[in-house]
Ligand binder design. Structure first.
Ligand SMILES: C[S@@+](CC[C@H](N)C(=O)[O-])C[C@H]1O[C@@H](n2cnc3c(N)ncnc32)[C@H](O)[C@@H]1O
Length: 455
């Protein structure tokens, strides 16, 4: 009897020690995960699961981690398994929703966010995400209600005001909506002064309302606080209050697109009606009939990799280049490229003479005012017979000119594009107009351009 109770108590201590061990390992795993050391975190989560099969937190967070590493299907399986054990876990439903959303399965994402809200009605991240996926499905009234509910639930949540401001401006049906967006961006910035995107958006809304002097003042004040910040420097020039550079500075491009890449939600929103990759690829397809899997193609300014699926069928080698490391990371996770490089485009092209059959650039040369250098470098990077294909925003008028518009992007006249292409030695120049995306509810017209290096 005595021996039995000693045995039981030893067993109990061993069980207690194992339980403490797995909790310690789980904590360490979560710390490594938060610090971005994904390999260590994965090893520790798996260690926990070996000691304690089916431990739901370890499965849930390992699922999130798998998705971050591009193994989204495994991530979904793990979180679903965790939810079988703890079905009322709002964070797990929310994270499952995030994976679906980022994989483009908006209906599944919506279902997960609704479940998260059933389990935790005050879960404002889930409410925020629900609004985002409703907007992405163009269910605008429901999305508006969801954003309004979010602001009611979380009146100090800066990001909520920012997203509501974006919603109001992107889907504005009247001037009043744009005016309301101004208030939302001001509040978002007051609540979180580190949210410089709110300031940038504030300037854009003021511009949309033709209150250009007020927009310039926002950037002047910002520059006075942060004299080295590339965004107000660029945007002040875009408002006409400083001299425009010949192309957007490298630090401006990095700042804007690294931030953009971080925020997949907004990316999803902004991609609504974004057609440049498709329109440009279809135009290119018209001059490359029957060429399947045979070409060396550069996706010049590849961003998050949206062009890859359109280019892949033609490519033997598909290489993406972009200045923003954040965008390149997203492109890598999306897949489809044989190589990806973080580099400035003109310099990259100059370093690769006679290398490509196609230089393809969707919505990137809008960050270049003067096109001469980049087109010279494209010509040299192409093999004889190769094609450059790009889109730029259309400036009105018959003259030969470039403007940096208050949106921060350059606009080129057709005459300008034609002259520079011809003077760079390209032939078979084709320039046609198309809608590239919508901004503030209005179509943005662009030039869809093809030209060939013949010798
Ligand atoms: C609007 S995104 C378009 C991305 C992609 N082509 C697409 O259609 O989804 C513009 C991209 O151009 C890149 N970019 C702008 N200026 C650049 C430069 N000088 N060199 C390399 N990349 C540049 C930005 O980092 C950004 O990823």
């Amino acid at each position: 009897m005595k021996r039995d109770s000693a045995h039981m108590s030893a067993r109990r201590s061993a069980v207690a020690a194992a339980a403490t061990d797995y909790r310690v390992a789980l904590n360490q795993a979560m710390q490594s995960h938060q610090a971005g050391d994904l390999d260590t975190a994965e090893r520790l989560y798996r260690d926990v699961l070996e000691r304690r099969a089916g431990q739901p937190d370890a499965m849930h967070y390992l699922g999130v981690l798998c998705h971050q590493q591009g193994r989204s299907d495994e991530g979904v399986r793990l979180i679903e398994a965790a939810l079988k054990i703890t079905p009322k876990h709002p964070d797990a439903h929310n994270n499952l929703g995030n994976i679906h959303k980022e994989c483009g399965r908006l209906r599944d994402a919506e279902r997960s966010y609704r479940k998260a809200l059933e389990c935790g009605p005050q879960h404002y991240n889930a409410q925020n995400n629900l609004a985002v996926v409703l907007e992405a499905q163009e269910r605008l009234e429901e999305a508006f209600e969801a954003y309004a509910k979010l602001l009611q639930q979380a009146p100090k949540f800066a990001q909520g005001y920012y997203l509501m401001g974006m919603f109001l401006r992107n889907h504005a049906q009247s001037r009043e909506h744009v005016e309301q967006s101004v208030e939302c961006f001001r509040t978002a910035y007051q609540l979180n002064p580190r949210n410089v995107r709110a300031l940038e958006s504030l300037g854009m809304s003021l511009y949309a309302l033709h209150r250009l002097e007020e927009a310039a003042q926002v950037y002047r004040d910002w520059l006075a606080r942060e004299p080295e910040h590339p965004v107000p420097r660029h945007m002040l020039a875009a408002c006409g209050a400083a001299e425009a550079p010949s192309r957007a500075a490298d630090d401006y491009v990095r700042e804007v697109f690294d931030a953009f890449a971080e925020s997949f939600d907004e990316q999803l929103l902004k991609n609504l009606n974004y057609r440049a990759p498709q329109v440009l690829a279809e135009a290119l397809g018209g001059v490359l009939p029957g060429v399947v899997g045979a070409l060396d193609i550069l996706d010049a300014g590849c961003g998050t990799g949206l062009c890859a699926p359109w280019l892949r069928p033609y490519a033997k080698q598909l290489v993406g280049v972009d200045l923003s490391g954040g965008m390149v990371d997203k492109a890598r996770a999306r897949g489809g490229y044989d190589g990806l490089e973080v580099a400035e485009l003109t310099a990259y092209l100059q370093a690769h003479p006679d290398t490509y059959d196609v230089v393809f650039s969707a919505d990137t040369l809008v960050y270049f005012g003067e096109l001469r250098d980049v087109l010279d470098a494209s010509h040299a990077a192409l093999r004889p017979g190769g094609w450059v294909a790009f889109t730029v925003e259309a400036a009105e008028g018959e003259d030969d000119s470039v403007v940096l518009s208050p949106s921060g992007r350059y606009q080129h006249t057709r005459g300008y594009v034609e002259r520079v292409l011809a003077s760079t030695g390209f032939s078979h120049i084709s320039i046609r107009t198309d809608t590239l995306r919508k901004e503030g509810g209005q179509p943005v017209m662009g030039w869809v351009v093809l030209a060939q290096r013949t010798h």
